[in-house]
Design a protein around this ligand. Sequence first.
Ligand code: DGY
Length: 322
Amino acid sequence: MKPNVLVYMRVDSRVVKELEKDYEVTIFQNHEYLGDPHFDDALQKADGIIGLALKVTKELLDKAPHLKIVSNVSVGYDNLDVDELSNRGIMATNTPGVLNDTTADAIFGLMLATARRIPELDLFVKSGKWDISLQPNQYGVDVHHKTLGIIGMGNIGCAIAKRAHLGFGMTILYHNRTRNEEAETLYEATYCELDTLLQQSDFVCLMVPATKETEKMIGTNEFKKMKSSAIFINGSRGKNVDEEALYKALVNSDILAAGIDVFTQEPTSPTNPLLKLKNIVTLPHIGSSTTECEFNMSKLAALNLKKGLNGETPPNLLTKKF
Ligand code: DGY
């Protein structure tokens, strides 16, 4: 009998086809399924789970008695209770590395779109309002040669620093748990305390993982420390930012604008007040979402899954080794 694999949300269809050769695959393509008898049945049988952003809690694990591995198709793994998985001897994996450049491109795009007001001006043209030349109150601000503060200088932060420094001549400040020699040597990044970064940066880019320590790490106090001309970018996780404080900072002009790829709740509600503001550019969590990158992430996640189900150590193991 083939082992059972539950596929959750975004896994490339070519990779799913490959998985189907070796496993009994059940696919769930939308968000929440807890309580759905079909989903519970698949959990009951599952030897492996592969997918994006499934909340793996004690409650879910209680329903999956045969589970050996949860393979995330993402580098972030705040959806996983890693301690609980470790305690139960279940492996968990993620997909680092393959998304660094793609995500850095997206974050840079967000910086440019916010600074140069690209979505707003696109709408201006398409709605037929471009009848006289552009007015000064429609101008954006420069990106090149400004100061970029990166909070969280991991692999993706480093890929952003590379683009910013080598391509746009930006000065890089960063704040991180540990010093990043690559960023300091190659991109002349200067390590500084968070407050200094907030006070001195023209662009503040948040790239930390979501943990208990980073929850709402950017709130009212942090926005107040930023320049009133600052642009805030969140490419990490929504819960790292106090969304209400962000709304107030944008409305009260404590900062100039924001570009966010992530929300506290995803998908965000159409009634989220942030969506009404002109000085914010929003994206539906697309950091790694290109055809090529999603394929590579799915392939890496499938490799992790296969190794785990074969009793080998997957290359991107997050849980304790047994
Ligand atoms: C990641 O890989 O963590 C991306 O943000 C997609 O969730």
